[in-house]
Design a protein around this ligand. Structure first.
Ligand code: FES
Ligand SMILES: [Fe+2]
Length: 387
């Protein structure tokens, strides 16, 4: 059975199974974080990107943050190199000024009655240390809710804000996180872990997987003990009690670990924002909330260990997904032989909910795909990339 037939069987609603997932753009009609609040000081600008579109974030000394196309209407230079004046942004070249709606309000050498058109303004909100922008159809922004950011606002939790750029299509990140069979990759950090798949769920815009784990060799890392709130020795005894739920609710992901009852001991919210037009790079924004321990100050004391541990895990994940992207670039098509049903479901979801148009393909891809696909040893027929 070929891959396309599998995907269609898994989800009959997926009419787009033939699309190469790595060329499906992130749908722009959602709220995406483009920066951390802490990186944009009052009276300053910050250059950001969404899928190749340059966007300038502006924080006036007073008033809310706003977002404009980072191209001056005059000669297209980045407005992020300009000056913030009150609630306006003045281009650094000839001094044209724009208000927060993108209207041109001043050209220093023109009458007010002759002002040219301005630049695009993006809906923008600031929540829990994230600057969120709606890069799609602005008229839809009022009806699309802001993401629920896990337990970040809950005082019972301590939250780590983390993330960095990763040189891969965002879909590799979704697959990496949801497929816990990749614990093998983390064997040096975590010891030998045996995941047990407990079940899945799905809806029009979400897919969920539930796991429990047993450590079959090696010791529990201290940072993991800090997350669970206890030191684990006889791991088999806890295997059925600890349940990890991983959910992609388009376009966001969450991971929750519960040990007893409904309150998670760990609650992660994460999103992978495409940066370049080809969407071969993304920037991850993650909020990792860990429930505070019974002994006051203990989690704070363990925090540096937890940071180090999660950074090491993240680095292993980043290296491997970048290797996946590199293989895709050389092969010019997705040769994935996915065998795990929940990941096939996830892939169908990402195709279905993604942008309707394919992301543009570079010259490098345009030259290589046929030769590469024809050489694929795992397919009976050559894979023709859906360009
Ligand atoms: S390029 Fe911006 S004012 Fe001329
Ligand atoms: Fe991982």
């Amino acid at each position: 059975m070929d891959q396309i037939a599998q995907a269609t069987e898994d989800d009959p609603r997926d009419r787009e199974a033939a699309r190469d997932l790595r060329r499906v753009g992130a749908h722009p009609d959602y709220w995406y974080p483009l920066a951390w609040s802490r990186d944009l000081k009052p009276g300053r600008t910050l250059a950001a990107r969404f899928a190749g579109d340059p966007i300038v974030l502006v924080r006036p000394k007073q008033g809310p943050v706003f977002a404009l196309a980072d191209r001056c209407a005059h000669r297209q230079v980045p407005l992020s190199r300009g000056m913030v004046e009150g609630c306006s942004l003045r281009c650094g070249y000839h001094g044209w000024a724009y208000d927060m709606a993108g209207r041109c309000t001043d050209v220093p050498y023109l009458d007010k009655g002759k002002l040219p058109n301005g630049v695009r303004a993006y809906p923008c909100r600031e929540v829990e240390g994230l600057i969120l922008v709606f890069p799609g159809d602005a008229a839809r922004s009022d009806t699309v809710p802001l993401p629920a950011l896990g337990s970040v606002a809950d005082a019972r939790y301590k939250t780590r804000r983390f993330g960095r750029e990763v040189a891969c299509h965002y879909s590799f990140m979704h697959e990496n996180l949801m497929d816990m069979n990749h614990q093998f990759l983390h064997r040096r950090q975590m010891g030998k872990i045996r995941p047990r798949f407990l079940g899945q769920g799905s809806g029009p815009d979400w897919v969920e997987a539930r796991y429990s784990f047993a450590r079959t060799a090696g010791k529990q890392p201290l940072a993991e003990a800090a997350i669970f709130g206890q030191r684990r020795t006889g791991e088999e005894a806890h295997a059925e009690r600890d349940v990890m739920t991983i959910r992609t609710e388009y376009p966001y992901q969450t991971v929750r670990i519960r040990t007893d009852g409904d309150t998670p001991v760990m609650d992660l919210w994460i999103v992978h924002v495409p940066l370049d037009r080809e969407q071969r790079q993304c920037r991850t924004f993650g909020l990792l909330s860990v429930k505070r321990l019974r002994i006051p100050g203990l989690l704070e004391a363990a925090w540096p260990l937890l940071v180090l541990f999660t950074e090491r895990i993240f680095k292993e994940d980043r290296d491997i997904v970048e290797a996946e992207q590199a293989a895709h670039d050389v092969q010019g098509a997705d040769w994935n032989q996915e065998v795990f049903p929940v990941i096939r479901r996830l892939r169908a979801l990402l195709r279905r909910c993604g942008a309707p148009d394919h992301v543009p393909v570079s010259v490098r891809d345009a030259i290589e795909p046929d030769a590469g696909a024809a050489a694929c040893p795992l397919h009976r027929e050559a894979v023709t990339p859906a360009l």
